[in-house]
Design a protein around this ligand. Structure first.
Ligand SMILES: [Zn+2]
Length: 220
């Protein structure tokens, strides 16, 4: 099964947009003037192209993202559904699954990590396939969610002070062959931490850190 069963999620989001069911409540208050997000007004609808992998083919799926505006100062905010990461066309689920593929086996390479059942997903009517360098970039993106991870960890420890999560995070080691620079090592560790924290978060709160918590931490 490819790691993006999210075409239904995208369609469900689109239906919510069309029925005017997207509310700004999940957004944090305006950082400029502290107006609560419940007072935000709809500012614009933007069509976004997402990429999902269906039967080894990379397919485009379109849906609308809603932008809200703060009535106090005019600052605008995008509402992201839980499958969307800012500036990324692939869904969060694909990014997470392929990154985990690479990170969770010590002998894994990027060339192998793009494969699903010994095949690399490709674009329809083209020789182009999912690139190994794309996984490398996803790990960079996911490895930078420092504030989100920190906030999630605080919430987890408040809920369960005896949790093993700190031990699990401290035990992480990235094989030396996977990085040449200290910055890369930090992104690899950061991404693995995110995956572990997300699993604990799901188990504890029955919800993902995507996207309410990540939004509150400005996807950082
Ligand atoms: Zn404002």
């Amino acid at each position: 099964m490819p790691p993006t069963a999210t075409l239904d999620d995208i369609k469900a989001h689109q239906r919510k947009v069309e029925k005017d069911k997207i509310t700004p409540d999940n957004l944090p208050p305006c950082p400029r003037c502290k107006v609560e997000s419940g007072f935000f007004k709809i500012h614009a609808y933007r069509e976004r192209r997402f990429l999902v992998i269906i039967e080894m083919l990379i397919q485009a799926a379109f849906c609308t993202l809603v932008r809200f505006v703060c009535p106090g100062c005019g600052k605008t905010f995008t509402h992201y559904p839980d499958f969307a990461i800012p500036h990324k066309h692939y869904t969060r689920q694909s990014m997470v699954e392929f990154s985990a593929n690479y990170l969770e086996a010590d002998d894994m390479t990027y060339q192998k990590a793009v494969m699903l059942e010994n095949e690399v997903p490709g674009y329809p009517n083209s020789d182009r396939t999912l690139a190994a360098s794309t996984i490398h970039r996803w790990i960079t993106t996911l490895g930078r969610f420092t504030q989100t991870c920190r906030t999630a960890l605080i919430l987890l420890l408040q809920e369960n002070p005896a949790s093993s999560i700190c031990r699990d995070l401290a035990r992480l080691i990235i094989p030396k062959r996977k990085y040449k620079t200290d910055q890369r090592r930090k992104h690899l560790i950061g991404c693995r931490q995110l995956l572990i924290i997300e699993a604990f978060f799901q188990a504890t709160f029955k919800t993902s850190i995507f996207t309410k918590l990540a939004t509150h931490c400005a996807f950082s």
